[in-house]
Structures are given as C-alpha cells and as structure tokens.
Ligand binder design. Structure first.
Ligand code: R5P
Length: 287
C-alpha cells in the first residue's frame, strides 16, 4: 500500500503515512515551460492499494489530482482511494440561476472516473456526496477544532448563520459551554448582513465558527455585531480557510483576536490538523 500526497495536501499525507506506517510514494511533480503539469510516480505501485490525498482548490490542484489518478491507474494499482480534504466548487451545489452548471457535480463526476472510493472533510452540504458515482464518505474536523478552542478557554460558541448551527451545537457540546447563532442574509458573493440579536457574551471568550471562510465578509460582520456585547476575546474558526483577497486583514481590523483553520487548505492559520478525523473514519468504516 502507498500514500501519495498532492501539492495541496502534503501535511495530511505525511501525518497519515507516519500514523499508519504506510510509505509515501516518491513522485515528481514539475511544470513544462508552457506551465503544463508533469507527473511521474517513481515507486512500483502495480498491484498495490493507493491512497491519493489532494485538495481540489485552487483550480491547478484539480488538474494535478486528475493526473495523479490517471498515473496511478495506468501503473496498475489495485484500489484507488482519493481523499479530498477540501472539496472546491462545493458551494455551487445546485443551479441557482438558469444556464448555470452544477459545478460540484461536474468535478465530482470527473474525480469518480479513476477512483474506487472518495473521502472528504466537512463538505459544504452533505448531499454533495451523492454527486460522486462511487462510494463516498465524509468526516468532520469539528472535534479537532473544538479541542483547540477548549484549550484556549472558549466559553461561548457562535454560529454566524443558521447553516452553521449544528456545527456550533456539536462544538459547544465537546467544549462543555453554551452556543448561540446570528441571523445572516447574503446580499451577493461579497456582501452579507447580520441582523442584530441579544447575545449573552459579556466577558466571555467567544468562538465564531463556520465551515468555510472565503472573503471573510460573514465573519467580519459577525465580529462587529459581537463587539457590541463586550466579549473578552473573539476567536474565528473554520475547517476550510480560503482567505480570499484581504480576508484575514478584514477579520483582524473587525476586532478578532485569533484566526484558526485546519490543514485542509494549508496557510498560516492552519493550526489544527485533520488527519485524526480521517483515520477515525477509515477505522470505523474499515476502509
Ligand atoms: C456559506 O454558506 C458558508 O458556510 C460560509 O458562511 C461562507 O462561505 C463564508 O463566505 P465569506 O467568508 O465570503 O463570507
């Protein structure tokens, strides 16, 4: 058996390799002069079960995943498991307007071609799993994030909208504290409004949590609202930290004290590692 870590997901592949005592396959990934990607697997993986770990964000990592899958198939691997820590394009999970693609379905269909099973973490919506045409499983980073927040004495968990309410409930029950939510209306891709609400946050260490932080608009508005209630410390936390443009700056200037994300997308806020969640899923499903 071998594990292959794509460019976007090396930390997870390395952690899994260490914990499972399965070697990382040696690969060459480089670019041709015209910037097209070149991939080569150096180990003999013929007749082996192979696990490929690669986030499908940004776009170049999708192409890399397709090439890795094809290389593994062509080399004669027996079983191909694809772990997609962050499944990009998951938010276009339906046609919001006529003429649009269902992008999540388009990518899922293609990833399913050279794979036997898929694992992903905190998909934006659970029904996305049905777009893959092979067995697909998900696990959640909530427990690992909750452990981090607990260590930092968080004593109120806040969902920035009703969509994140379950996540807030689960997180607060692991920490052993209260949870609440705000009411968000999305105006467009970069603008949201948060309705004022009475929050019992005075002198508390509050964590606002979500699955994704993209432009930071949702979190920045939530922080500004929360500030009115005199919280002691404000943490913002998510599984998938896209931090598009100046998102991080926006969060800091809105008044947040700490930003926490995981290594599903590697950046300077990836303080929580998700390999334990994947390993737990592998054990429970005997994959
Ligand atoms: C939306 O449903 C998601 O859960 C996040 O709230 C959203 O993707 C965050 O986006 P942004 O950071 O651009 O406000």
């Amino acid at each position: 058996m071998y594990i292959i870590g794509g460019t976007a997901s090396k930390t997870i592949a390395e952690d899994m390799s260490k914990k499972l005592q399965i070697p990382l396959a040696e690969i060459i990934i480089k670019r041709f002069p015209d910037n097209e990607l070149y991939i080569r697997i150096l180990d003999d993986i013929s007749g082996e079960d192979v696990v490929i770990v690669q986030t499908t964000y940004p776009d170049q990592n999708i192409v890399e995943l397709f090439l890795l899958q094809n290389a593994v198939k062509e080399a004669g691997a027996t079983k191909i498991t694809v772990i997609i820590p962050y499944f990009g394009y998951g938010r276009q999970d339906k046609k919001f307007e006529d003429g649009e693609p269902i992008s999540a379905k388009a990518i899922a269909n293609l990833v399913s071609l050279n794979a036997d099973e898929i694992i992903t973490i905190d998909p934006h919506k659970e029904h996305i799993l049905d777009f893959f045409t092979i067995p697909t499983f998900s696990c959640s980073a909530v427990s690992e994030l909750a452990k981090y927040l607990k260590k930092n004495n968080v004593n109120l968990v806040l969902a920035p909208d009703k969509g994140a309410l379950d996540r807030a409930r689960q997180t607060s029950s692991i920490i052993g504290c209260d949870f609440d939510y705000m009411e968000k209306t999305r105006i467009d891709g970069t603008t949201v409004e948060i309705k004022p609400k009475n929050l019992d946050a005075q002198d508390k260490n509050v964590a606002i949590i979500d699955d994704i932080i993209s432009t930071g608009g949702t979190m920045a508005k939530s922080i500004k609202e929360l500030k009115k209630y005199k919280a002691k410390k404000i943490f913002v936390s998510c599984t998938h930290g896209l931090f598009a443009g100046d998102a991080a700056k926006k969060l800091i200037s809105a008044g947040c004290d700490e930003i926490i994300s995981t290594d599903t997308i590697v950046n300077k806020f990836s303080k929580v590692r998700v390999s334990p969640c994947i390993l737990q899923l592998l054990r429970s499903k005997q994959l």
